[in-house]
Design a protein around this ligand. Structure first.
Ligand SMILES: N[C@@H](CCC(=O)N[C@@H](CS)C(=O)NCC(=O)O)C(=O)O
Length: 210
């Protein structure tokens, strides 16, 4: 099994943090997005969507999409559980991670991809080219702001995004905060103290260097 990924890619970072949390090591194959290696024939054969990350199994099966990669890894390395361990916890982790992905991660990504000059004609990752819509950027930034405020309220009630336990929802959320801060200059507002408390706790974990 090996992981195709890019160091610059926030989706790849979600998997790298997960691997570090689990203590799983595997061969890592870099895909150079700056050199457009995702469009090369050898990589497109592995992932026809031409995006990273991809987990390639020993039998040749290629698993794309971060939640699917993490689901596979969780099935073969259940401890410590990062996708929940009871029926209720599993459902709640899935719910909260999906909310983080849709409300936070996708909003930050939309802001970046519609603004950055280097992504002209590439407003959406994947095999098809889409023009940027600059008018979307302000709305995307407003959505990131609402994500911060809504999750600040959540984190005033619980230790971690999905409840009492650290989970993949926290991984996706911290990657979102770091990406929004670095790529669109949207840092967490100072007054959101519960979000800041959570961020400081989670970012102290050694896995976050991944
Ligand atoms: N939904 C996909 C998204 C993957 C994705 O968008 N990856 C980005 C890097 S974070 C990519 O490969 N971009 C290549 C491009 O923009 O051409 C997943 O969960 O893996």
């Amino acid at each position: 099994m090996k992981l195709y990924q890019a160091n610059s890619s926030p989706n790849s970072r979600r998997v790298r943090i997960y691997l570090a949390e689990k203590g799983i090591s595997m061969p890592i194959v870099p895909v150079d997005l700056a050199a457009k290696e995702q469009f090369s024939e050898p990589y497109a054969e592995i992932n026809p969507r031409r995006v990273v990350p991809t987990l390639l199994l020993d039998d040749g099966t290629a698993i794309g999409e971060v939640p699917a990669i993490l689901r596979y890894l969780e099935e073969i390395h259940p401890a410590p559980p990062l996708l929940g361990s009871t029926a209720k916890a599993k459902a709640l982790v899935t719910m909260w991670e999906r909310r983080v992905e849709q409300e936070g991660f996708a909003s930050a990504m939309e802001a970046v991809r519609n603004a950055v000059p280097g992504l002209k004609g590439r407003a959406i990752a994947g095999p098809h080219d889409y023009e940027q819509i600059p008018a979307l950027v302000e709305r995307s930034k407003a959505r990131v702001g609402n994500f911060y405020a809504d999750f600040n309220a959540r984190l005033a009630e619980v230790s971690f995004i999905a409840g009492d336990e650290f989970s993949v929802a926290d991984i996706t959320a911290i990657v979102t905060v770091d990406f929004a801060t670095r790529a669109v200059g949207l840092a967490m507002p100072e007054e959101l103290t519960a979000l800041r408390r959570w961020y400081d706790d989670v970012s102290a974990r050694p896995s976050m260097a991944a």
